[in-house]
Design a protein around this ligand. Structure first.
Ligand code: GDP
Ligand code: MG
Length: 313
């Protein structure tokens, strides 16, 4: 497909094209630069909501319920399930597809899981590319679900406008969250599985920890849901919209997006530089410089400068 065709297909919200482009992201295909260049004029600025937390707390169930709430407002929505731990799509994500099945025939909903195959650029790179594609394809809201694997949580927080940290009672999750610095990245806390008795003490623990922390411009609400029964979901969506309003009024939305763009640019630049360095450091220039260093004709710093001067030629 050429660029004009891709643009036309995305403007027509063609789901197969979206799916194909996200597969290109998974593979880290070289022609993605052209795709991103072509679709940038379609950029609309979708609201990006991150859902993160330990496996099994109910993120996929909550995502599916939120899809219902967003659709009820007449907006289109995508769910991107990012799995940084598995090199292949499948396994745990199969369960996610089942949980989202109720939306399978709704043309205003796009659901996709994405494995990151440990390529150069990594999770942040893949997520930002996928978000650009989903945004260009016309999603008003993009929900990014990730498994809570430490660093990936923080990376999702960078990609999202609003980060929702999902916890469930009985896992000592509140304390773990505190240790992992999750209190810092959460804009909203959701304690799911509120049908279980212990959920009240989880809510209390988080509120207490937040209370001990520094005063903030935005105080993260701590909400309870029973995601598999759809209870408390409207309140979560309302909190997401309130956070969005806060982001816009305070100028924080622009700050977050600027910092996201800065990360994206440097990541692309560094990746490209590494690739070029790879070429240069296998060439005759390096052999020649090595000989000069061995013979004491130049120092290794001067040699490195000369090598760097070759990059980008
Ligand atoms: N009791 C209870 N179970 C739930 C609730 N929400 C989800 N579950 C179940 O918890 C399990 C894990 O849910 P899932 O959405 O796959 O969690 P994820 O790994 O965080 O995406 C599934 O068996 C769900 O049916 C809830 O509110 N209460
Ligand atoms: Mg899941």
């Amino acid at each position: 497909m050429d660029s004009a065709e891709i643009v036309a297909k995305l403007q027509g919200h063609d789901r197969r094209t979206v799916a194909r482009l996200i597969s290109l992201v998974e593979d880290g295909a070289d022609d993605l630069a052209d795709v991103i260049r072509a679709i940038t004029p379609l950029q609309r600025g979708a609201a990006v909501v991150g859902l993160t937390g330990s496996p099994g707390v109910g993120k996929s169930t909550l995502a599916s319920a939120l899809v219902g709430a967003v659709r009820a407002k007449g907006k289109t929505v995508s769910v991107l399930a990012v799995d940084p731990t598995s090199p292949f799509t499948g396994g745990a994500l199969l369960g996610d597809r089942l949980r989202m099945q109720e939306h399978a025939t709704d043309s205003g909903v796009f659901i996709r899981s994405m494995a990151t195959r440990g390529r150069l650029g990594g999770l942040a790179w893949a997520t930002s590319h996928a978000l650009r594609i989903l945004d260009a394809a016309g999603s008003d809201v993009i929900i990014v679900e990730t498994v809570g694997a430490g660093q990936s949580e923080v990376e999702v927080a960078h990609a999202a406008d609003t980060t929702v940290v999902v916890l469930a009672p009985g896992l000592g999750d509140a304390i773990q969250a505190n240790k992992a610095g999750i209190l810092e990245i959460a804009d909203i806390f959701v304690v799911n599985k509120a049908d279980k008795d212990e959920s009240r003490s989880t809510v209390r623990d988080i509120r207490q920890m937040l209370h001990l922390g520094a005063e903030r411009e935005w105080q993260p609400p701590v909400l309870s849901t029973v995601a598999d029964q759809g209870s408390g979901i409207d309140e979560v969506w309302e909190a997401i919209e309130q956070h969005r309003a806060f982001l816009e009024e305070s100028g924080e939305l622009r700050r977050r997006r600027l910092s996201r763009a800065a990360n994206e640019i440097s990541e692309i630049a560094v990746t490209s530089m590494r690739r070029q360095m790879g070429t240069v450091s296998e060439g005759a220039v390096l052999d020649e410089l090595s000989a000069q260093v061995v013979e004491g004709k130049i120092d290794p710093y001067a040699a490195a400068d000369k090598l760097l001067a070759q990059v980008g030629r």
